[in-house]
Design a protein around this ligand. Structure first.
Ligand SMILES: [Zn+2]
Length: 279
């Protein structure tokens, strides 16, 4: 078990409007994921609290054009009622006004940043239509959450070579790459050496049971790498999607014998800095 007295922030939690949550549940049930946790936002927030999580970033994604605005409005409303929630918005580049959607999400709705799931949304990080979106995020002092790695599968929208141009153009942009950038975790961790605002999250990349579901390779990530990049790694879980108990997403930190100082950074301090939280 985690030390319940240690503060904890989970930067990777999914909340979806009910119909979208149902569709996503059916999809994952169809590929053999056991639904272990429910999607009801209240239950998500209270379960996280029971696990000692103080704050959590929550996001959905627009898998097609025309729905980002409604998702963002729903997320902002849900976020206001859930203790500890840090709600994020999304955009879809096929929406001709996607930069305006981004500005509304950040300024009018006050969302903490934007999430893009590059594979599901079929949007590459270096899509030129995202340039004004990144400018809006940077201008608003917010952050990007990108599922841009090749776990669970490589496609034309993911991979480090599609992230490098974004960081080269927007070196100041705070970006968190989901899933430790796996299966290219080493290259993503090395890229954090070049860009002080680039982070990765641990979601389903270090937990043993994730091997079965997303072909994660936790054994490929060494303790030395984690310690070397200890200031840029954020704890995330994929809750409530993850098809195994929540605690599995944290167990690795203890079983790897990481120091209390390193654990405190990964589970809390780095997220405070990345998200610019007032504590
Ligand atoms: Zn996720």
């Amino acid at each position: 078990m985690m030390d319940a007295t240690r503060p904890s922030i989970d930067v990777h939690v999914h909340l979806h409007p009910p119909r979208l949550a149902d569709a996503i549940s059916r999809h994952f049930a169809g590929i053999g994921w056991r639904p272990v946790h429910g999607w009801a936002p209240d239950a998500v927030a209270s379960t996280l609290r029971e696990h000692g999580v103080d704050r959590f970033c929550c996001f959905s994604y627009a898998h097609r054009p025309g729905i980002a605005r409604a998702i963002n409005a729903w997320m902002a409303k849900a976020g206001r009622t859930l203790p500890g929630a840090i709600p994020f918005g999304t955009v879809h580049t096929d929406d001709p006004d996607c930069a305006e959607v981004a500005r509304e999400a950040l300024h009018d709705l006050g969302l903490a940043g934007l999430k893009i799931h590059c594979s599901v949304q079929r949007i590459a990080p270096d899509d030129p239509r995202l340039v004004p979106v990144y400018e809006a995020v940077l201008g608003a002092g917010r952050v990007m959450m990108l599922h841009a790695g090749t776990l669970p599968y490589r496609d034309e929208h993911t991979g480090i070579e599609r992230v490098r141009p974004v960081m080269a153009r927007f070196p100041e942009l705070p970006v968190c790459i989901a899933h430790l950038g796996a299966h290219e975790h080493r290259a993503f961790l090395e890229l954090t050496d070049e860009y002080p605002n680039l982070y990765v999250d641990t979601t389903m990349a270090l937990a043993g049971p994730a091997k079965e579901y997303v072909a994660a390779e936790p054994d490929a990530v060494s303790n030395d790498e984690i310690v070397r990049h200890q200031d840029r790694i954020l704890f995330g879980s994929d809750f409530p999607l993850l098809p195994y108990p929540y605690e599995e997403e944290r167990r690795w930190a203890v079983s790897r014998g990481l120091s209390e100082d390193v654990q405190r950074k990964i589970f809390y301090g780095n997220a405070v800095r990345f998200l610019r939280l007032a504590v």
